[in-house]
Design a protein around this ligand. Structure first.
Ligand code: PMP
Length: 405
């Protein structure tokens, strides 16, 4: 296994100086940095194999098509999907959720039907449902949290009625780090014959996901949060559902035959991939997954967990420290506030010390409302963060706290 020094050497940006200080990058929940393997793959794609895929008879087009389809198989293996046709490339988590909401919602949901979300959802898993509510009059129900910011599973069970038609819940909260019991969530929904979408944006970079074991009907994630490129993401869907659902966007590639009288649609996965796909991004995403699996998700999880435990223990020693998210099962994310210091001031003053954290509502305003705050400071860890960086964060937070004393 690679040492942490070797891993860090794979990410050139980590040796950057900001304000003449070593960059301490603790904003991995927003996006991760990219190893040379991924950037090289993008360069190689554009320099060596670039050609529009699927429709070409020539050598380059066939090579590019093969690379794109191999990337699909790579994602299939990564998620342990049953078939590569169940892997749809999208622009990211947001587009994948919008696809399901639009396509499934158009066909299967009608006025009065109920969809279950949770209090800790990212806006990407709230707003598309609200837009569907405006179009169709569906009802959104919300699973509350307990005082450790875990989902209240008894309340979840009580939300089901004979009108419940869909459950859409995050695997890991981007604000709290809470790892939700998604296997149980799916099992309970299936007892009511209700399909489930799991938002895996904050899960796949940190823990091993097996969609068949979870029995999720849909599972979505973004490339850029798992050391891959921006602009590419994944929708996994069970073949039966994807076959039954109508296309999301119309255009080239998603058709089988077009005439002005009637158009027939292509088979999976192409039915859901209108237009030229990001075939360079897909191959670079596959390189990112290779990289992650070479390091090993178990090793990554263990390392990030050590950082989380250490950071939590030390931050909690700071007077006025309040950490939001105290779940038993938690990933490497710490949201906090210190006394009355505004999250934005804390973020700016940490930045001046070279420490990159995120501040604000983290695209989870309903969660902020539930917590009774406007925002938090969030430090989120990746595979390349070190204990020394956590020490810098702690020293930085202490320094800011002293300035406000
Ligand atoms: N869901 C969760 C839990 C997220 O953390 C994010 C990104 N912050 C998203 C969805 C949206 O991802 P993207 O912007 O890559 O589509």
């Amino acid at each position: 296994m690679k040492s942490i020094e070797e891993i860090r050497a794979d990410f050139p940006i980590l040796s950057k100086k900001v304000y003449n200080k070593d960059l301490v990058y603790l904003d991995n929940g927003a996006t991760t940095q990219k190893p040379v393997h991924v950037v090289n793959k993008i360069e190689e794609g554009y320099y060596n194999t670039n050609s529009n895929i699927h429709r070409g008879v020539h050598f380059l087009s066939q090579e590019a098509t093969e690379a794109h389809e191999n990337a699909r198989k790579r994602v299939q293996r990564f998620l342990n999907a049953n078939k590569s046709e169940e892997i749809i490339f999208t622009r990211g988590t947001t587009e994948a959720i919008n696809l399901v909401v639009s396509s499934f919602g158009d066909k299967y949901l009608k006025e009065g039907d109920e969809v279950i979300l949770s209090e800790m959802e990212h806006h990407a898993n709230i707003v598309p449902w609200q837009m569907l509510r405006e179009r169709k009059g569906i009802v959104i129900k919300v699973v509350p949290m307990n005082d450790k910011q875990e989902l209240d599973m008894d309340a979840y069970k009580r939300l089901f009625t004979d009108k419940t038609k869909f459950v859409s819940i995050t695997h890991v909260s981007n604000v709290l780090g809470t790892v939700n019991p998604v296997k149980e969530i799916v099992k309970i929904a299936h007892e009511h014959q209700v399909p489930v979408l799991i938002d895996g944006a904050q899960a796949v970079p940190h823990l091993k996901v097996d969609v068949q074991d979870l029995d999720a009907d849909f599972y979505v994630f973004s490339g850029h949060k798992i050391y891959g490129p921006t602009g590419i993401g994944v929708l996994y869907g069970k073949e039966n559902w994807l076959n039954a659902m109508p296309p999301y966007q119309g255009g080239g590639e998603m058709i089988s035959h077009v005439s002005f009288d009637k158009t027939t649609y292509n088979e999976l996965p192409y039915k859901f991939e209108a237009g030229t796909p990001d075939y360079i991004g897909s191959t670079a995403l596959a390189a990112a997954l290779d990289y992650v699996e070479e390091i090993g998700l178990d090793n990554i999880a263990k390392h990030e967990h050590e950082l989380l435990e250490y950071a939590t223990q030390e931050l909690n020693k700071i007077p006025g420290m309040k950490i939001y998210g105290n779940a038993q099962d938690k990933s490497g994310v710490i949201s906090f506030l210190v006394g009355k210091i505004h999250h934005y001031d804390m973020g700016m003053l940490l930045d001046k010390q070279g420490i990159a954290v995120r501040t604000g509502h983290h695209c989870a305003q309903p969660l902020m409302q539930a917590l009774g705050i406007e925002g938090t400071v969030r430090a989120s860890f990746g595979m390349y963060n070190t204990k020394e960086e956590v020490d810098k964060l702690i020293a930085g937070v202490k320094r800011v706290a002293m300035m406000f004393e």
